[in-house]
Design a protein around this ligand. Sequence first.
Ligand SMILES: *Cc1c(COP(=O)(O)O)cnc(C)c1O
Length: 341
Amino acid sequence: MKWIDLRSDTVTQPTEAMRAAMARAVTGDDVYGEDPTVNALEARVATLTGKEAALLCSSGTQSNLLGLLSHCQRGEEYLVGEEYHTYRYEAGGAAVLGGIVPQTLPINSDGSLDLSLLRGKIKADDPHFPITRLIALENTHTGKVMPADFVSKVRVLADEFGLSVHLDGARLWNAHIATGQSIENLCAEVDSVSLCFSKGLGTPIGSVLAGSHSLIQRARRWRKMLGGGMRQAGLLAASLDYALDHNITRLADDHDRAKTLAKGLAALSDLTVEPVQTNMVYLNWDSAEKAKQVQIHLQKSGIKVPSSQRMRLVTHLDICDADVKRVIAAFKEAADYLSAG
Ligand SMILES: *Cc1c(COP(=O)(O)O)cnc(C)c1O
């Protein structure tokens, strides 16, 4: 029986068709700017996002890092949600490599930030303080779509203080499918955006940073310095291109399956299910112990989930309707087993 892995949408395997597209790629040396497949992909993403330029990166961590390093100098600061990836999950790279100071803020339940708190953290021009330079947002955050009017208000605030705005759009594709808003509209009010292709879009590797010509020029230098200049990267770019052609609209299936999963699990005792907007279902178990036992039980049924009390289940390219059914049944079994004690 095949494993059903709900831990993340990063676990997808490249399909035969995607691998074939990669094998066919025309390549050149991208550090010389001579890989036609990379150049075409970067131009395509620039157009898609409505930005002047784009840069292929090895991961979302790298493209976010290059964004932060290209916006901020040493001793400058970015304002960021305390659970956003660019603060919490990137090993402090902006501080380690760029001397950039994070100013964290609590995150609202809808994934946005409190505007008055945000305004209050913008520093005056005073030699005691770091220089506030950037606001970092994230869409989607824990599967939630960032409210559009929030992004507009952040833009107004940023303009008032001469700040830039970076968007971690690792799963902006999911926001696009959930809202029907174009990718261009979803990043119209930010200066730079990072998009991941190795999650819902199913490529083995790859993220893209998009922004102005000058920002991308700086990011290209940082990427080289960090050892991220890749040679015949057209092999990878071809998979991103393939994903743009074939794997965006199908995200609606992931969202439907997440909703089906949430509905099927809502009936169980011992847990509550959070509302679903995109491809993530969050379960809150009564106790950490129950969550652990359920995880072990599911593992025996060939299903991988995290063991945390607030348990995240993620639907993706490699999860089909039958898998969802099997998962709901296995959860029911686990719940019965728990209540039998
Ligand atoms: C996954 C993710 C990233 C990038 O992660 P990599 O594993 O480095 O590609 C960035 N931001 C968010 C919100 C993510 O979920």
